[in-house]
Design a protein around this ligand. Structure first.
Ligand code: DC
Length: 220
């Protein structure tokens, strides 16, 4: 199977790029952030403090998280409930970042991610795909952009989905999430030594896509 790993901070454009590229190549697109979000939402619903490792770990046996693919599109399920929308709120973002720092949560989601990659040609995006989950991925991309550009993109995305948003709040949350994701003890956001870095701050979608397609072609 061919696996393409795309890592980078929130709002760098990973999901848009990965989704488009996957459709182009006929691969499935796996958004691993959605898994941490689902675990975070499940923990919140059960009254756990997302920062409390013991409380969150106690909710894991009830976190029946699965991904289903419909026409290459990923849907996220908690049991039989489609939570694909519920995991996109700002509270769910912060809960995901908090629970993702807990080793038991990362262990819990490891096999699921590896088994999807073993069974499918896929593009997987996240924070530790190239470094921890799929160290042997054929192609590794590290996608970045300035925090202001990323906050503006996330803000536009929320408005586009009809959600309420305030730019300063989005920027603030993005800075806090970056800080947490990069400085946690386990599987911090980091560029794999063999990943190609692409800074998308000054690029539009088409330019990023062309750049990445070129990298994929060179590596395969
Ligand atoms: O990509 P995202 O914004 O949906 O991810 C939500 C949170 O999950 C993010 O703040 C960090 C965490 N995450 C992670 O630790 N490892 C991944 N592979 C993907 C996401």
């Amino acid at each position: 199977m061919i696996n393409i790993a795309i890592d980078g901070p929130a709002g760098a454009g990973k999901s848009t790029i990965a989704r488009t590229l996957a459709a182009d190549l006929g691969y499935i697109y796996v958004d691993t952030g959605a898994l941490y979000r689902a675990v975070g939402v499940n923990a919140m619903r059960r009254g756990a403090d997302a920062k409390n490792a013991e409380q969150v770990t106690a909710t894991l046996p009830s976190a029946d998280v699965s991904l289903r693919f419909v026409d290459g599109e990923q849907r996220v399920y908690l049991g039989e409930e489609d939570v694909s929308l519920a995991i996109r709120t700002p509270e769910a973002s912060m809960a995901a970042s908090n629970v993702s720092a807990i080793p038991a949560v990362r262990d819990f989601l490891l096999d699921l991610q590896r088994s999807i990659a073993a069974g499918n040609n896929c593009i997987m995006d996240g924070r530790d795909i190239g470094t921890v989950i799929l160290p042997n991925a054929q192609v590794k991309i590290f996608l970045t952009a300035s925090v202001e550009v990323r906050a503006k993109r996330r803000y536009d995305e929320l408005l586009g989905k009809g959600m309420q948003a305030d730019y300063e709040t989005v920027l603030d949350e993005m800075i806090r999430r970056d800080e947490q994701d990069m400085n946690r003890a386990i599987a911090p956001l980091r560029q794999a030594p063999d990943a190609v870095a692409v800074d998308t701050s000054e690029m539009d979608l088409e330019q990023v896509l062309n750049t990445i397609k070129r990298i994929v072609k060179e590596k395969q």
